[in-house]
Ligand binder design. Sequence first.
Ligand code: GLU
Length: 302
Amino acid sequence: MSGVPLLRGRFAPSPTGPLHFGSLVAAVGSYLDARTRGGEWLLRMEDVDTPRNVQGAADGILRTLAQFGFAWDGPVLYQSTRGEAYAAALADLRERGRVFGCACSRKEIVDSARRQAIDGGPAYPGTCRGGLPAGQAARAWRLRVDEQPVAFEDRLQGRIEQQLERDVGDFVLLRADGLYAYQLAVTVDDAFQGISDVVRGADLLASTPRQIWLQRCLGVATPHYAHLPVAANAAGEKLSKQTLAPALDAAQAAATLVAALNFLGQGAPAALCNATPAEVWSWAMAHWDFAAIPRRRSIVPA
Ligand code: GLU
């Protein structure tokens, strides 16, 4: 083995419903980015938000990925098995005074917020930063942020910068319902799995500075990031279960893969629609051109 660090990508679906075209685009982009550079590609099932899990969805996603010809390295990592790792990360942050208990209800935060956060909700105004109000218990645990800008160079979207204090506020790592937050789980697991290259939808772009901040607080490496355009409907809404994106049909695997490749600017020939998924993959491995991916955050598929 040479001393070249291993390149490792991942796909991290949430089992909230069947795989749809929008999630397929992220899977195709991360898969080809890793495989064409000799890297590994790992799967992680993001089932940490248990009330949102749909029975059978995780197995259905894995089955669909296999039918579409994806091959992943190692066992699938299920976030529902990772509670101890998230607890250890939180305990470490707590010992170092990086997190604090917060007693605020959602309504109190909405009422006292001075501005909107980058992803829509209220920016946390810092109410419990200096300690809990007398007689109140912690509902959630938040990570302290500061006014230093957090910046990174996205491989597609260019330089992204956020000032977390202004744009987000101290953010939740352990929720009032006792569940670990996405930001903590994804950061701990990207580090645990040794992910060097995160390729995912641009709907997650606004979360990345929080994840980088958390990586710095935990003392783990920051991966390279590329945020792909997301598939949107004519109203500009991201394709998702909520917008009733249809489940993928394995009988149409080749044509759907061709559509995903072309969504990513790859110019796959239409004749491949009648080929097998394996033939589509061999074309894609030979022709993948990262530089051809549109540098936009959302696109309405043709
Ligand atoms: N589980 C997240 C989702 O399905 C993706 C997380 C990630 O790629 O970082 O939207």
